[in-house]
Ligand binder design. Structure first.
Ligand SMILES: *[C@@H]1O[C@H](CO)[C@@H](O)[C@H](O)[C@H]1NC(C)=O
Ligand SMILES: *[C@@H]1O[C@H](CO)[C@@H](O)[C@H](O)[C@H]1NC(C)=O
Ligand SMILES: *[C@@H]1O[C@H](CO)[C@@H](O)[C@H](O)[C@H]1NC(C)=O
Ligand SMILES: *[C@@H]1O[C@H](CO)[C@@H](O)[C@H](O)[C@H]1NC(C)=O
Ligand SMILES: *[C@@H]1O[C@H](CO)[C@@H](O)[C@H](O)[C@H]1NC(C)=O
Ligand SMILES: *[C@@H]1O[C@H](CO)[C@@H](O)[C@H](O)[C@H]1NC(C)=O
Ligand SMILES: *[C@@H]1O[C@H](CO)[C@@H](O)[C@H](O)[C@H]1NC(C)=O
Ligand SMILES: *[C@@H]1O[C@H](CO)[C@@H](O)[C@H](O)[C@H]1NC(C)=O
Length: 577
């Protein structure tokens, strides 16, 4: 494939100058829809040495989102999910720590087996154990020019409360009882190594029910302006006063569009936005409103609003459209969700047989009111940890035909010409930024390669989707298989092993769910400080250029002078309920 090589070269020149040093990282979606309780857009990372590629859901939770969760082989074993076809692929592929030479548990007790820090999610019954350790993590697929971080905290999980692993978006450090120093989260490591210029992200979950493959969108250190419209944005919402429920938003009303219908929620209530929870957890009285409006019936066996075929058909015919009015101070925004966003199916092993359900659960008290991932299908959230505020917008779902419009967020003060911030994205003379002289050339090249990438991407994607498992089909050269094969020889994986690994026993055997779990330190949760010492990352100097799954239409328009949050600093803190 001659044009393949040309493509790779061109893309190398183009993309390597884009992702470096402008303080913002755009993580490409995996182009898969994963999950057994809905269809969720995942993102790939590579864990360990040699790299094991896993597909993860972004995890926005302040506590649980500070560790990379990866499914371990026990998650597809006789103990868990014995009869599930294609289990490894369905769970976004497995991470076997005993196959990674850079895996280390030496700083941890009990071979790294701890209870997950599900401070918020446990109230929804979503607990679990994890095999914690430290390992190398590379964002994106090999060749995506995204950073590689050493010694990142990874927890291997097996049980089904978290069917897919998660990509950590929390900036808060993780505490182990036996470690004096908290462990820096991945987002903070990226920030502290200047890979991103601010502690922030923008995320929407994607919308599998829309045509045109509307995958999720994830930006670190900024956001993608193409994913939302400023006119349907609720800006500068202060974080909740309890940092474990930082993305706390006031729902002023929930209505649906049937003529003369009474509101499902008329009284203001606060909900926590959490991508690590699938469903919406709303007060019981509101659930009753949904029940009577749509004939939903709570099934106490499955603990779901499962739908019979006829109920499902009725809803399809009725096609209600739901409007969530969110408010902050005197501002409000309407986030509208079509019924299609709630038209989910759940499959074994979570239930006995595949069934339609309505993604609503009853919250028993205020601290369990949650807007889960279903909501994020139609909402774009920007979390700005530097300013302790976030925004929620109606997701625009631009689709792959529309260019990205990536904006960097800068921390407060960085845009005022004060360069004390290490990663200000307003540095005009950044060595690897796109100079004006080359912009035109790049633009021409970009236009030329867009079509080529489109063609290649189309074929690669079809190929990769056809195959169920990279390792079970050794003879067939799948897309991911090829990546795996090529990694060991590539410069990107040849960095020295960390010292801690030497002479350290790797986990030989897993006993997930066994005894002897060590409780995490749950104390002192209300105050958060950045650790002054953490896991420093070493970025690989050399990376193998390879044009993989880069979105052809991605045109990065760095706004050098962007002062960050659209409406300025505004209020912060004081997000009391
Ligand atoms: C890794 O552990 C699994 C059991 O969890 C075992 O079956 C496998 O052989 C081990 N692999 C290596 C390379 O040690
Ligand atoms: C709220 O309810 C959950 C689950 O029912 C429970 O675990 C939690 O302790 C409750 N919280 C408060 C503050 O009552
Ligand atoms: C930059 O900010 C620091 C404190 O954040 C201050 O000490 C310094 O004087 C400022 N420099 C300029 C040039 O404004
Ligand atoms: C960067 O460029 C902008 C205009 O493009 C200018 O206003 C600003 O002063 C420049 N900053 C530095 C540090 O050169
Ligand atoms: C940027 O580069 C130009 C020319 O290369 C130089 O004159 C200017 O002083 C530089 N500005 C900064 C802030 O380094
Ligand atoms: C296996 O699961 C993946 C991900 O859910 C899917 O794309 C693939 O088509 C499945 N393969 C088979 C053979 O079911
Ligand atoms: C970790 O411990 C420090 C003090 O050692 C505390 O300030 C911080 O809030 C704790 N973090 C979490 C997530 O509990
Ligand atoms: C960030 O990195 C600097 C060195 O580059 C180090 O001095 C500092 O302690 C680090 N901060 C955190 C929060 O780890």
């Amino acid at each position: 494939m001659w044009f393949g090589s040309v493509l790779v070269l061109l893309c190398c020149c183009f993309f390597s100058s884009v992702n470096a040093s402008n303080g913002v990282l755009s993580i490409p979606p995996s182009l898969y829809w994963d999950g057994v309780d809905g269809q969720w857009s995942t993102f790939q990372v590579q864990v360990g040495t040699p790299a094991q590629t896993v597909r993860l859901l972004p995890g926005t939770s302040a506590n649980l989102g500070n560790v990379l969760l990866a499914i371990i082989p026990q998650g597809c074993s006789a103990t868990y999910n014995a009869g599930i076809d294609n289990c490894s692929n369905q769970r976004g592929y497995l991470f076997a720590s005993n196959k990674s030479s850079t895996w280390s548990t030496s700083r941890l007790q009990n071979k790294g087996l701890y209870a997950l820090d599900t401070y918020v999610e446990a109230q929804l019954g979503l607990t679990g154990n994890g095999y914690y350790g430290f390992d190398r993590v590379s964002l994106g697929l090999s060749g995506s020019q995204l950073p590689t971080l050493e010694n990142q905290l990874v927890a291997g999980i097996a049980d089904n409360n978290y069917w897919l692993g998660s990509f950590p978006l929390s900036p808060y450090p993780h505490n182990f009882t036996n470690l004096n120093s908290p462990v820096q989260s991945m987002l903070s490591t990226l920030r502290n190594t200047s890979e991103i210029g601010s502690t922030s992200w923008g995320y929407t979950a994607g919308a599998s029910y829309l045509t045109g493959d509307i995958f999720g969108s994830l930006t670190l250190g900024g956001y993608d302006q193409a994913q939302f419209d400023a006119s349907t944005t609720l800006d500068s919402i202060p974080f909740g006063s309890d940092f474990t429920r930082d993305l706390l938003v006031e729902i002023r009303s929930i209505t649906y569009d049937t003529l003369g219908s009474s509101p499902l929620l008329a009284q203001s209530t606060y909900a926590f936005i959490d991508s690590m929870v699938t469903q919406m957890w709303l007060p019981t009285a509101i659930c009753k409103g949904f029940e009577s409006a749509f004939g939903l019936q709570w099934d106490s066996d499955t603990e779901l609003y499962s739908l019979s075929d006829s109920q499902h058909q009725t809803l399809l015919d009725q096609k209600p459209e739901f409007t969530f009015t969110l408010g902050s101070g005197s501002n409000t925004v309407d986030i509208t969700l079509p019924y299609a966003a709630f038209d989910l199916t759940i499959s074994p092993p979570l239930v006995a047989k595949k069934t339609h359900y309505f993604p609503l659960k009853q919250a028993q008290n205020d601290s369990t009111i949650t807007l889960g991932r279903v909501f994020l299908q139609e909402a774009y959230v920007i979390a700005d940890y530097d300013r302790q505020q976030f925004s929620v917008s109606q997701a625009a779902h631009p689709g792959s035909g529309v260019s990205q419009d990536i904006k960097a967020l800068t921390p407060p003060g960085a845009s005022s010409g004060n360069s004390s911030d290490s990663a200000s994205s307003s540095n005009n003379n950044s060595s690897s930024g796109i100079g004006t002289g080359t912009t035109a050339a790049i633009a021409v090249a970009a236009v030329a390669i867009v079509a080529l990438i489109g063609v290649v991407w189309f074929f690669l994607r079809r190929k990769s989707k056809k195959n169920s498992s990279r390792s079970e089909l050794p003879g067939e050269e799948t897309y991911e298989h090829r990546l795996e094969e090529r990694k060991p020889g590539s410069p990107g994986t040849s960095a020295p092993l960390v010292a801690e690994v030497d002479g350290e026993g790797l986990i030989e055997r897993y006993e997930a769910g066994g005894d002897g779990k060590v409780e995490l330190d749950a104390s002192n949760r209300t105050h958060y400080e950045m650790p002054d010492q953490g896991e420093m990352a070493e970025k690989d100097g050399v990376e193998t250029p390879r044009a993989v799954e880069m979105d052809a239409e991605n045109r990065y328009e760095m706004d050098a002078g962007d002062s960050g949050w659209k409406s300025g600093d505004a209020q912060r803190g004081g997000g009391e309920r």
